[in-house]
Design a protein around this ligand. Structure first.
Ligand SMILES: NC(=O)c1ccc[n+]([C@@H]2O[C@H](COP(=O)([O-])OP(=O)(O)OC[C@H]3O[C@@H](n4cnc5c(N)ncnc54)[C@H](O)[C@@H]3O)[C@@H](O)[C@H]2O)c1
Length: 219
């Protein structure tokens, strides 16, 4: 059970000043940022591209891509100011060279989607933004790999959240169909995605950076 008191900060990820303020308040409270999950996202409208509203394209891109870009930008800027930490030195005690090189300043995880690995008809902005998150993740991972900052992505399939309920509103029989479409016979619980994020945030595998982890129930 987490004993550290939390901090709730209201933020609009599409606004640079708002994201910077979130980072500043976090550092003021906790002293540093060891790990960050950038998870905010909206699905937008359901229309084929010809009928898709242009203003909704802007909204989806502002939250899903610009928002992710801003969060990564200000989180990395903060992490660069921090000392490297090896949180589990006993694991690396017989490999001091790895310990020396792999102590990390911070670890970032961005939420993409299986929509970032394939097509999602009638959701072009959503799908495009989720592909772009993988490009962002891999590029920043390479930019700061030598600085001890790791950046990875998760690509969950359908997960049981309010977003899933909204998809259900688009397709009334969607829930039964999606459950059946996964070899495990159900969609993901949010906790299952969270466990993968925690692993990526930890320094259990310091060699993992620029990766995208698909979590899709065997599909
Ligand atoms: N639910 C799924 O099936 C599924 C599958 C794959 C990926 N995802 C992704 O998982 C992430 C979380 O989605 P979810 O399923 O929990 O949906 P959700 O709608 O329950 O949660 C999305 C969250 O993003 C926040 N948000 C929206 N715009 C914001 C903004 N401008 N600034 C700050 N926060 C903002 C919302 O307040 C909400 O808390 C999203 O990136 C989504 O694309 C979801």
């Amino acid at each position: 059970m987490l004993k550290t008191p939390g901090l709730a900060v209201q933020v609009d990820v599409s606004n640079a000043a708002s994201v910077q303020a979130m980072v500043d308040k976090t550092v003021k409270q906790f002293g540093r940022i060891d790990c960050a999950l950038n998870n905010a996202g909206i699905e937008g409208a359901r229309e084929k591209i010809v009928d898709y509203p242009v203003d909704m394209f802007d909204r989806v891109m502002n939250v899903n891509l610009k928002g992710m870009w801003l969060c990564v930008k200000y989180e990395v800027a903060q992490m660069l100011k921090q000392e490297r930490v090896v949180s589990n030195p006993e694991t690396w005690s017989d490999k001091p060279e790895l310990c020396r090189f792999q102590g990390q300043r911070g670890s970032i995880v961005n939420t993409s989607s299986t929509a970032g690995l394939g097509a999602m008809p009638e959701f072009t902005p959503y799908c495009s933004s989720k592909w772009a998150i993988i490009g962002l993740t891999k590029t920043v991972a390479q930019e700061y790999a030598k600085e001890g900052i790791r950046v990875n992505a998760v690509c969950p399939a359908t997960t049981d959240t309010p977003m899933r309920d909204r998809f259900e509103a688009h397709w009334p029989d969607w829930q039964a169909k999606t459950d059946a479409s996964y070899p495990v016979g159900r969609v993901a619980a949010p906790e299952e995605v969270a466990e993968a994020v925690v692993w990526l945030c930890s320094d259990a595998c310091p060699f993992a950076t620029g990766e995208y982890l698909k979590i899709a129930g065997g599909r």
